[in-house]
Design a protein around this ligand. Sequence first.
Ligand code: PHE
Length: 374
Amino acid sequence: MKLKLPSRNLFLCMVFIMISSLALADVKVGVVLPTSGAIATFGQENINGLKLAMEKIKKSSKQKLTLFVEDDKSEAIEATNAIRKLINVDKVSIVIGEVTSSNTLAMAPIAQENKIPLFSPAATNVKVTQVGNFISRACFTDDFQGVVMAKFAVNGLKKTKGLIVIDNSSDYSKGLGAAFKAEFLKIGGKLVTNEELTYVQKDMDFQSLLRKIKRANPEVIFLPGYYGEVGLIIKQARALGITAPFLGGDGWDSPKLFEIAGPAIKGNYISSHFAPDDKDPKVQSFVKDYEKAYKAKPGAMAALGYDAIGIVADAINRAKSTSSVDINAAILATKNYPGVTGSITIDENRNSKKAAVVLETTATDFVFKNKVAP
Ligand code: PHE
């Protein structure tokens, strides 16, 4: 008789699990990320953050979320193919992605047409959420981070003779460059040249661009690009004897930046969404969990992935039904969500208003300088 007890308990336990899983609605969540290609660390860190959050969500969520993950190889055309497949073949109710502005802008009209919510963890270009009422995001926008860095240049570093270099293949770079320029000129900065200084993604040799920069002799250089080209530009600039500090935005936020640029990366500054050395206990416990799972320190992309799926799961739990329209309404009603990238409220323009951090680069790391409220 005694021997039967544990097996009876086990049986009851299994019945309980079966009943409770029957009560869970299964919500299919599509994810489109650049996990390979030119900006692969963005997608890889983001999916790491998403998966780490899923461990917690599985334990607490009323609904069962199933992720359908697509790699777009860092290409806009692949991103549009991926979202079409997720909507038409996999029949997802919502899509998380992409993490860059150009790729999200390519996907957004498709999501909007199909009335499938598209929630971007990290695309910061102002135009992204203007595509329509099904597009929202977990991050602040470039008109904010551009102002933060212009003020940092003029008021923080006391540098007023500036120069801006744009990645002409990126909506992010163009928008962030324009936002920086407007504020920089407004608060007393001057540009040392009227010439448009540009490059495109996958360029590797920046000698002629850098010689122009050297001749123009700026005190500060704004470089709103992605880590791959930024790393090479800074490395080649220092080799050429350009000593002015470079400032950038969240697009630098990758561990690869330090590998690519080497020690030349020291002494530059960016705005971003998250600082792993932030003393906030919520941040520290996330950093600890992430390091345990992946043996690496989380950057902004990891933190934004973690928060994005957290917000989506929270919205799915609050939604009137599991229809895409109701999930979208619940996302847009998000208020004071306690994220590791800050307290997140989706505003009337479907953006997240929250603080930016300014980070300084050492030879090996980003270190926290200060936090700027919106
Ligand atoms: N904000 C960038 C873009 O819109 C992407 C990015 C976000 C990169 C956060 C790194 C960290 O393209």
